[in-house]
Write a protein that binds this ligand. Structure first.
Ligand code: R5P
Length: 283
């Protein structure tokens, strides 16, 4: 049985359809004081797969409620987008390692279970789970989505060193060249990029990254690459967090198209990770 959390209803439905499994009917509400309410209406089976991204604190509470409801069952937990993954280190004294705190809160429910993540921002987070944990890679699906756009003389760029491995994998699948930009984060919403020697003049550039949050990183990269003569700039990202006016920033910067997966259900989520998740759940 597949149980779709409120942040992953469409993806859960797609996974259930691929696997031919029942999709549980659930009820999610918010009380007037802001507290969350969850009910799984369909009677539970002995084995359940819970699919719930955690882009907000409330989504994390919904996930905890689903796990509590499923206590005693064999649980496969899928967290397509794992919130707080960028708080994977203690950057300053007195800070929490929130990604670890989240895993620690989930662990007691997973003693008889396993967890599947998708392109987790820092693979070190996997070690905070006490159960079997797997990091699924959506890069080939995104690369195939880019291939279907039929770009000519394309080059793949990573906006920073952190996404180089992903960009290289995508470039290799597409059979094109790969490079990266040097990024410096100025604040929570601003980044700058030092110009680097890239052969982008007159070419189609595809920037690959694990996520787009405020859009600051990508907007700066798009502007830089366009100044360097790129014919058109496309974005490919696994997790389209897209907070605030991120989409406006990207299109103001001159992006031609944004391609993302449905780890988060947004307008740009045209590549589905459902086949990847279905395969992992079958294993
Ligand atoms: C950072 O290391 C990530 O890979 C992304 O580049 C970053 O989180 C994107 O954030 P924003 O869209 O806010 O610049």
């Amino acid at each position: 049985m597949i149980i779709g959390g409120p942040a992953s209803q469409l993806l859960a439905g797609r996974v259930a359809a691929i696997l031919g499994q029942e999709l549980a009917l659930c009820d999610y509400k918010t009380f007037p004081d802001g507290e969350s309410y969850t009910q799984v209406v369909t009677p539970l089976e002995d084995e359940v797969a819970i699919i719930q991204s955690t882009p907000t604190d409330q989504d994390l509470v919904f996930l905890l409620q689903l796990l509590d409801i499923c206590q005693g069952k064999k649980i496969s937990l899928v967290i397509p987008y794992f919130g707080y993954a960028r708080q994977d280190k203690i950057f300053k004294p007195g800070e929490p390692m929130t990604a670890r705190a989240v895993a620690t809160a989930l662990n007691p429910f997973l003693e008889n279970g396993r967890v599947h993540l998708v392109n987790i921002h820092a693979t070190s987070i996997i070690s905070h789970f006490r159960c079997q944990a797997q990091n699924l890679d959506a890069t080939p699906l995104l690369a195939d989505g880019i291939r279907s756009m039929g770009l000519e003389d394309a080059v793949v760029i990573s906006p920073d060193k952190g996404a180089v491995a992903m960009a290289k994998a995508a470039a290799s699948r597409l059979g094109v060249q790969c490079d990266y930009l040097q990024k410096t984060r100025l604040s929570g919403t601003e980044v700058s990029m030092a110009p680097v020697e890239l052969e982008v003049m007159g070419r189609d550039v595809v920037i690959f990254d694990d996520m787009i949050a405020t859009g600051g990183t990508m907007a700066t990269a798009i502007s830089l690459l366009r100044q360097q003569g790129a014919r058109s700039v496309y974005l490919a990202a696994v997790h389209p967090v897209l907070t605030g006016s991120a989409v406006l920033k990207l299109y103001r910067s001159g992006v031609k198209a944004v391609l993302a997966t449905d780890t988060l259900d947004r307008g740009v989520s045209t590549v589905s990770v459902a086949p990847l998740i279905a395969e992992a759940l079958k294993a």
